[in-house]
Design a protein around this ligand. Structure first.
Ligand SMILES: Nc1ncnc2c1ncn2[C@@H]1O[C@H](COP(=O)(O)OP(=O)(O)OP(=O)(O)O)[C@@H](O)[C@H]1O
Length: 498
């Protein structure tokens, strides 16, 4: 056995994040780990990568007991980790990022040698990159390949992939799965952490399921199903969702000829017009980086547009502040929960009021008890593993923080909601709850603009779908006529037939 983790436990105060976990990995194997938010997946991997020490348990590599004081130790033992948020230097080239820490050249950085090494590595493992390209200019799929080459350069035999497909396009997901297949043929092994059970089923040989810090099953992929995995993860079968046709009413959001400049010389959003009515969900499909982020920032008051107008319920709010947008009826589940949605040092209750303090204040004082009661309700309703409302936000697992922000924004009962990647990083049970809540808001007359890189999510929830490509809306499809194929074609700039 290449890797054997035995009886791993980890406590954080009263929280038992890992309980007596056994996990092993063979050479050339993909062994996935699945489980609800807060089940303990990240904790187990942080232990394997030397970022945390277990409270008890042992790790063996090829039969020999190993102790990792820090990630450098883990790397020396052949363990590499590709994090959910890539850790590359944006202004450096691909080659520089790969060799950093073990650069060729004694006194000066030997650029030519670095490029040659990266070319050889890329050839050896069949993973294509341009060593001279700067990271800022590389799409996310390429950046991920750079991360994988970087750990291979460091000598990794075991590669941990933490939620690797969250930010990828369908095409890039296919390329990643192909790269995994090529590397396992060469004897490399993968630990794959993912909430996407279909991808897990197609990539993994075995799957370990965690629930509340414990192993509830170790399954051969060929002998299990998505249904069995869900049951082991969540402890109950998932119900099919019932979506009634929409009955759209008055226009709530109206955007006219909106243009926004981003970092490039061309507008990131180019004369976009759209509207969302009360009682409908309008989905925006598109490969990330086609202007969706800039569009959302301009229609939520985070940036000012160069041109065009935005109105909410008939009031022109163009160029107003985020607070004025909120006062005019906006709630916003932001794309990046750490940049816009939460303050890590705040308590769970404070994060639960961010952006909405005024509504919860009397005579300028925040009503602490009322806030805690509300947050406690959400904790129950969305099954958020948060401990108490006084806990620190930074102790929440990624998916639990996402659930808290979603709960906060839906609970405002505003006429308009922007939902950007609302289920990124959340488990299938929570995804079901979030989808139900979004539909309920729509049925209560809310107008929702949904932006998601998950086509299945767009197709499941939207009443109308707009496709964004290079800053423009290049197509509009009604609920019944949209398919994954039609959307995918429009998303890469292709024309719609018939
Ligand atoms: N530093 C910490 N202090 C206190 N509690 C923590 C800390 N890190 C994690 N936890 C808790 O340990 C539990 C397991 O968290 P972990 O991040 O391992 O879950 P996960 O399965 O990776 O979840 P997700 O799918 O949301 O990423 C959670 O209840 C979390 O709140």
């Amino acid at each position: 056995m290449l890797l054997k983790m035995e009886g791993i436990s980890k406590n954080y105060g009263d929280v038992q994040a890992n309980r007596q976990i056994d996990y092993d990995l063979k050479p050339g194997e993909v062994h996935a780990i699945v489980g609800e938010n807060g089940a303990g997946k990240t904790t187990l991997m942080r232990i394997l990568y030397g970022m945390e020490q277990p409270s008890s348990g042992t790790i063996r590599i090829r039969g020999r007991e190993a102790h990792f004081a820090d990630p450098k130790d883990a790397i020396r033992h052949g363990i590499g980790m590709v994090h959910q948020h890539f850790m590359l230097f944006q202004n450096f080239t691909v080659a520089e990022n790969i060799v950093i820490g073990q650069e060729p050249g004694k006194l000066r950085f030997d650029r030519k040698a670095a490029i040659a090494r990266v070319e050889a590595l890329s050839e050896q493992y069949g993973i294509r990159v341009d060593p001279r390209a700067r990271i800022v200019d590389c799409p996310l799929g390429v950046q991920q390949r750079v991360e994988i080459l970087k750990v291979l350069y460091q000598g990794a035999e075991i590669i941990i992939l933490d939620e690797p497909t969250g930010v990828l396009t369908p095409l890039e997901v296919g390329e990643l799965l192909e790269a995994i297949r090529t590397l396992t043929k060469q004897g490399k092994s993968f630990i794959l952490i993912s909430h996407k059970l279909n991808e897990v089923m197609s990539a993994a040989d075995r799957i370990t399921v965690l629930r509340d810090g414990e192993v509830t099953g170790v399954l051969e992929t060929s002998r299990t199903s998505v249904e069995e995995l869900s049951r082991l993860m969540v402890g109950r079968p998932l119900a099919a969702m019932d979506k009634q046709p929409a009955s759209p009413k008055e226009k709530v959001l109206e955007v006219r000829e909106l243009s926004v400049f981003g970092s490039g010389s061309k507008p990131a959003v180019d004369a976009v017009s759209l509207h969302v009515r009360a009682g409908e969900i309008v989905g925006i499909a598109g490969i990330s980086g086609n202007g969706q982020s800039e569009l959302l920032q301009a229609i939520s008051g985070l940036t000012k547009p160069a041109q065009g107008t935005v109105s909410l319920l008939g009031t022109d709010v163009t160029g107003k502040s985020a607070r004025e947008f909120r006062n005019a009826g906006l709630a916003h589940i932001p794309e990046d929960r750490y940049v816009w949605g939460a303050n890590k040092a705040a308590t769970v209750a404070e994060t639960g009021t961010m952006g909405h303090q005024r509504k919860l204040s009397k005579l300028g004082f925040l009503q602490g008890r009322a806030v805690k009661a509300r947050v406690s309700d959400w904790i129950k309703q969305y099954a958020i593993k948060a401990g108490s409302p006084d806990n620190e936000t930074q102790n929440l697992s990624g998916g639990n923080l996402q659930k808290l922000i979603v709960a906060r924004e839906i609970a405002q009962r505003t006429p308009f909601l922007i939902a950007a990647e609302p289920t990124r990083g959340v488990d299938i049970g929570a995804m079901e709850t979030i989808h139900e809540q979004l539909l309920r808001k729509r049925d209560d007359g809310g107008a929702i603009l949904l932006v998601s890189s998950e086509l299945s999510e767009i197709l499941k929830l939207s009443d109308r779908i707009l496709v964004m490509y290079e800053g423009r809306i290049v197509g509009e499809l009604q609920e019944g006529e949209a398919t994954e194929e039609k959307l995918s074609l429009l998303m890469v700039g292709g024309k719609r037939n018939g």
